[in-house]
Design a protein around this ligand. Structure first.
Ligand code: IMP
Length: 429
């Protein structure tokens, strides 16, 4: 039996919520392993709509949920999200929510720095979620971070806090900001520690014990492979590794623990924030995709940029992340187009290439090469079997599989859970 990792295969917002929820219901444990509250997952359970940014999706259905060490944790946001869900009737106790005690914290000055930098960047803006994600990861790798376990030893932080505040005071001075008020920071941390610590533990133990007992574990990725700090469109990326390999390092379980990697991809492409986007349609086609697909960010409410499916990037995502099967979402947004285009290659300085280059200037310079396919006029919304899909839609899916060299494991045709065509069940492998 396979444990499953679910990751976004594009620039995030691929519609992971519905699929993660479907898998989470059948999992014994759900684990977040990277990112923070920059993610935005909407879960619809019966009449209720739950919006999660930090908590693993299993929490809503009472599945034991883990925030792994690879996540950066804003303890005040944690409290707010837990309280909001409790207000919606979700029970959140230390049996249901386990937080890695070696998880680094996002502190108020990380949030400040994220916003200050963005505001000062002009055209070079990354378009971050301004939640302090990048600065918190910087402190983690800079070995200055305060971690969840430190909340139990705040009076002993001494030199660690000196290094952290000295580093940030220098950065803040560059933005004309006052130095960090250490006493105020410690007071805030003391206050929030009582909320966080009951959930804290070395989660790798619980995870490995679950694995030994043959429990099903679902690793829930956030953002998407094209926002990966190494493999994405650097520097217009998030600050963590979003590839499936992080499920292991970001939670404390061996790489063999992940059996099936489900990559979620829309039948077209969207991106929020700045950065290159070769198949972007800054025209009527893009407008139409955005309107039909309701393409507004869950976290920031920003309008998403839209374009045709980029099969080159998707093939690259599948390769670098070891994707076993694709969940193709929002197919119905393509209904009614006379013709549909798919990006099958790039032209760079007059030469054809079949991969996305690493250099930022080259990434911005590539021109998409398209293949045109016939569209379909019938609606695919709500289809639950291949028989309900028009022939042209099936042809489109088959061509995408061929181009990306990866099979489609399921097709999602509406936000409703039942509106899914299941080809291969990831947990059944
Ligand atoms: P950060 O993660 O807030 O540092 O933002 C870095 C980049 O990642 C920006 O382009 C964001 O728009 C993007 N990003 C971060 N989280 C998400 C997400 O959950 N969905 C889509 N884009 C995201």
């Amino acid at each position: 039996m396979a444990n499953v990792a679910v990751i976004g295969a594009q620039w995030g917002d691929e519609g992971k919520g519905k699929i993660v929820d479907w898998l989470a219901e059948r999992a014994d444990m759900v684990v977040r392993f990277q990112g923070g509250h920059n993610a935005g997952h909407t879960l619809v359970v019966g009449e209720n709509v739950y919006k999660l940014s930090l908590l693993p999706s299993g929490i809503v259905r009472g599945t034991p949920s883990v925030i792994g060490n690879g996540v950066v944790l804003d303890p005040w946001h944690l409290k707010a999200e837990v309280e909001k869900l409790r207000g919606q009737g979700v029970e959140i106790t230390p049996d249901k929510l386990m937080i890695a005690d070696n998880c680094p914290l996002i502190l108020p000055f990380h949030r400040d720095l994220d916003a200050l930098r963005e505001d000062a960047s002009g055209a070079g803006k990354i378009g971050t979620t301004r939640r302090g994600i990048g600065p918190a990861y910087e402190d983690k790798v800079g070995r200055r971070a305060i971690r969840v376990c430190d909340l139990a030893h705040l009076d002993e932080l001494g030199p660690q806090l000196d290094r952290l505040t000295a580093h940030h005071d220098a950065l803040r001075a560059g933005f004309d900001q006052p130095p960090i008020d250490r006493e105020a920071l410690l007071a805030e941390l003391r206050e929030i520690a009582g909320f966080v610590l009951p959930f804290a533990q070395p989660v790798w133990r619980a995870l490995n014990a679950a694995r030994e007992r043959g429990r099903r574990i679902l690793f829930e990725g956030a953002q998407g492979v094209l926002l990966d700090i190494d493999h994405g469109t650097y520097p217009f990326v998030t600050s963590s590794n979003t590839v499936a390999g992080t499920a292991s390092a970001g939670s404390g379980i061996g790489p063999g623990a992940v059996g099936f990697v489900l990559g979620i991809a829309k039948a077209y492409t969207t991106r929020v924030g700045s950065g290159p986007f070769p198949s972007e349609q800054d025209n009527e086609v893009g407008e139409r995709l955005g309107t039909r697909g309701h393409e507004f960010g869950t976290v920031t409410g920003r309008k998403r940029r839209c374009g045709w499916l980029d099969a080159v990037l998707l093939r690259q995502s599948a390769a670098v992340s070891g994707i076993t099967g694709i969940a193709l979402t929002k197919l119905d947004v393509l209904d009614g187009f006379d013709e549909i285009q798919v990006c099958t290659g790039y032209r760079l300085h007059g030469e054809e290439i079949d991969y996305y280059p690493s250099n930022a200037a080259d990434q911005a310079a590539v021109e998409a090469v398209y293949e045109t396919m016939p569209g379909w006029q019938e609606t695919t919304a709500g289809a639950r079997s291949w028989a309900e899909l028009p022939a042209a839609a099936i042809k489109y899916i088959r061509r995408v599989e061929e181009l990306i060299r990866c099979p489609v494991a399921l097709v999602s045709t509406s936000p409703e859970r039942e509106d899914t065509i299941l080809v291969r069940d990831p947990f059944a492998d």
